[in-house]
Design a protein around this ligand. Structure first.
Ligand code: B16
Ligand code: MG
Length: 217
């Protein structure tokens, strides 16, 4: 029987909670201060990528050029607005099935890590009251390379004292699935199988997964 998965590495935004809507509101507010707007569809492209890479994309949409110093100021402004919103988050904003899946896998003895690009991951886990499930947190503060580089997940596996092949990554972004595969891990995509083509399995949410699915990977 195939039963080699021991560690679970979760992306945050789009897998455990939906903070994309807050990122969108804050980026849009910033864009408006510079005299342009962008669509919710364009915002999809910001999912899973770092804050500064997101800013570059937003500035590109507005055809605006800024110095490095100005970019830092803009990113700080956006983050202040974003943090103001996530500070008001509650457990009600956890995505369907997440609590049940975290609880059952935690109780079954799986080791659990967070692998997120966000520098605000700790605030979100705390506000939504799920921080206690995580043995390890690897976030935007502890990695230097963005997904699709595998650094965030390799670090997570290492801190869990597991081999990459003993871990499965849960991700909603194609770049995150690519990071998992490049790191030598299994990957479960949360979302559309036509987009998350490299994933070993794709489901619409953690409410559609059971421990049995992990054993069959
Ligand atoms: P911050 P994830 C990512 O989180 C978001 O999907 C992405 O939109 C955001 O730009 C990035 O975190 C950085 O977030 O500005 O809070 O550091 O999907 O990797 O959990
Ligand atoms: Mg994500």
């Amino acid at each position: 029987m195939k039963e080699n998965i021991k560690g679970l590495l979760f992306d945050l935004d789009g897998v455990l909670v939906d903070t994309a809507v807050y990122h969108y509101q804050a980026w849009l507010r910033l864009a408006k201060t510079m005299g342009f707007e962008f669509s919710e569809k364009q915002n999809e492209e910001l999912k899973g990528i770092s804050r500064m890479d997101s800013l570059d994309k937003v500035l590109g949409w507005g055809k605006v050029t800024k110095s490095d110093e100005e970019k830092l100021e803009l990113a700080t402004k956006k983050n202040d607005w974003y943090v103001e919103m996530i500070n008001k988050m509650t457990a009600d904003e956890i995505l369907p099935g997440v609590l049940e899946f975290l609880k059952s896998t935690y109780e079954a003895g799986y080791k659990i890590a967070l692998g997120s690009a966000s520098k605000n991951a700790n605030i979100i886990l705390k506000k939504t009251n799920i921080a206690h499930f995580f043995d390890v947190i690897v976030d935007g503060n502890s990695v230097s390379k963005s997904k699709p580089d595998p650094e965030v997940f390799l670090k997570g596996a290492e801190l869990l004292h597991l081999e990459p092949k003993e871990c499965v990554v849960f991700e909603d972004a194609a770049a995150g699935i690519e990071a998992a595969k490049r790191g030598g891990m299994k990957a479960i995509g949360i979302g559309d199988k036509n987009i998350l083509t490299q994933a070993d399995k794709v489901v619409s949410g953690l409410d559609k997964l059971t421990i049995q699915d992990l054993k069959e990977l």
